[in-house]
Design a protein around this ligand. Structure first.
Ligand code: NAD
Length: 470
């Protein structure tokens, strides 16, 4: 069997690498229109950082795993075509600010129809609005030249930072398909691929719409949990309760469970906000405004948490940060990834720069170019679908990117921890304190530091949802 995956990104690359590793009898080609991405996949410097990924790729590349820009050749040769292209939020036209932009998907589908000379199973790997398969079927069948296409939905549940672990031992694999003989046969074929390593009881088969909607629902539930605990963190600060103690007590209830209950500066990443907005749009289109408002609130609380964090910094530092230096530790949206899409660090940094602070940023996996790009990019405001202006060139000059936490914190008035990298737990905070301006402030947006220990050193510490410094 030959597999081709269109889209060599955070999902397409790792997912196909694991399929190639677990299925040595299958030839896997990952194709992309981005020549630079493909050349990075073929080099020693992979385009994404993901623990364990290098080893998997090295074991299979050029054996049964190939990365190529020759999209048409590999799609034409494949029996099974995964489509894992990006599905960002639309920024203009109908549904701007909420609906998923399916431009990349549609052009991939048209290309599949165009180059196919034999029957194919086309698998939705990207996260798409419910009912997308119906649209894809139309595009494929109306352009099919007698070729039979079966569409499956097989959403991906991996989390960045643990992608390889998640792919090796998934909680479940979800496959949605038509309940026709052709649909059932296609489901069995895809099941056969996963059966190489996933226990049968973990492979869930549903109809197409349930599979498509389950992915949006799963991301909405996860993000909702974060917003719930973050909303609680604000109440903790107002009352003297400690959010870690509250989360621990709440999470001990087996109906609730302990995972995803850490308070923080907010969620980020390319998926949560985009998928909830997509869900909101689908609810509105289906005449369900109250349901739409319910999910919208998850993002509003997330935005509130980020601005609350910035306001706390400014108000703690005598109501001005103008000219003050901040060490920003962490820029990625979570640890163990270099991905900065929708990272809360962008909003926090912009908030501080807006008040004329100076920033020295350090992240072990994010380059200076990436940080500069993120901070100067126009931001799209989903709540009022407009482009917010990028930072002024003067504000950008207030940013330096360094390659060491100690360098970043030298002479700083404040430290902001924005990503929960393990190394930030192990820093020599006495040394950092000694080299900072006094009073030395530390704002922990991920609750990684030992508050008592830092206060004993002399820091004024703000930790999300914790009692404030006496
Ligand atoms: P990405 O932007 O990293 O990768 C998408 C790739 O598709 C890009 O390299 C792009 O060049 C390529 N592409 C676009 N159109 C193409 C075309 N016509 N032909 C060939 N290549 C094309 O995106 P990602 O993070 O891998 O996400 C892909 C999809 O998976 C999205 O729908 C996303 O919501 C979903 N998803 C992402 C994650 C995650 O953690 N990143 C997890 C689960 C699901």
């Amino acid at each position: 069997m030959k597999i081709c995956c269109i889209g060599a990104g955070y999902v397409g690359g790792p997912t196909m690498a694991v399929i190639a590793l677990k299925c040595p009898d299958i030839q896997v080609a990952v194709v992309d229109i981005s020549a630079s991405r493909i050349s990075a996949w073929n080099s020693d410097q992979l385009p994404i950082f993901e623990p364990g990924l290098d080893e998997v790729v090295k074991q299979c590349r050029e054996k049964n795993l190939f990365f190529s820009t020759d999209v048409e050749k590999h799609v034409s040769a494949a029996d099974l075509v995964f489509v894992s292209v990006n599905t960002p939020t639309k920024t203009q036209g109908l549904g701007a600010g909420k609906a998923a932009d399916l431009t990349y998907w549609e052009s991939a589908a048209r290309m599949i129809a165009d180059v196919s000379k034999s029957d194919k199973i086309v698998v939705e790997k990207s996260t798409v609005p419910v009912k997308t398969a119906e649209a894809i079927e139309k595009i494929l069948t109306h352009n099919s030249k007698g070729i039979n296409f079966q569409i499956l939905s097989n959403p991906e549940f991996l989390a960045e930072g643990t992608a390889i672990e998640d792919l090796f031992a998934p909680d479940r694999v979800l496959i949605g398909g038509r309940e026709t003989p052709g649909g059932k046969k296609a489901i069995e074929t895809l099941k056969g691929v996963y059966a190489h390593w996933v226990p049968e009881e973990l492979i869930i088969c549903t109809n197409l719409w349930s599979a498509e909607l389950s992915k949006l629902a799963a991301n909405a539930f996860l993000a909702q949990r974060i917003s719930s605990v973050n909303a609680m963190s604000a109440l903790c600060e107002a009352t003297g309760a400690d959010v870690s103690q509250v989360s621990h007590a709440v999470g001990k209830d087996t109906r609730i469970g302990p995972k995803f209950l850490n308070a923080s500066v907010g969620f980020g990443g390319s998926c949560f906000q985009k998928d909830i907005l997509n869900l909101v749009y689908i609810c509105e289109c289906n005449g369900l405004p109250e349901v739409a408002n319910y999910w919208k609130q998850v993002i509003k609380v997330n935005d509130y948490q980020k601005s609350r964090f910035v306001n706390r910094i400014v108000s703690s530092m005598f109501n001005t940060v103008s000219g003050k230096k901040f060490a920003v530790l962490g820029f990625a949206f979570k640890k163990d990834t270099g991905d900065t899409r929708e990272t809360p660090a962008i909003d926090v940094c912009k908030g501080l720069l807006g008040d004329k602070a100076r920033l020295s940023i350090y992240d072990p996996q994010v380059s200076e170019d990436q940080i500069q790009r993120d901070l100067t990019m126009k931001k799209f405001d989903w709540d009022h679908p407009i482009h917010l202006q990028p930072l002024s060139p003067t504000a950008v000059k207030q940013v330096s990117v360094v390659w060491d936490a100690y360098e970043a914190t030298k002479d700083a008035h404040g430290v902001c921890i924005l990503t929960e990298w393990d190394e930030f737990k192990k820093l020599d905070y006495q040394k950092i304190y000694d080299n900072m301006q006094k009073p030395a402030f530390l704002f922990d947006g991920r609750n990684v530091v030992d508050v008592k220990k830092l206060r004993d050193i002399g820091f004024i510490v703000y930790s999300i949802g914790k009692p404030l410094d006496p």
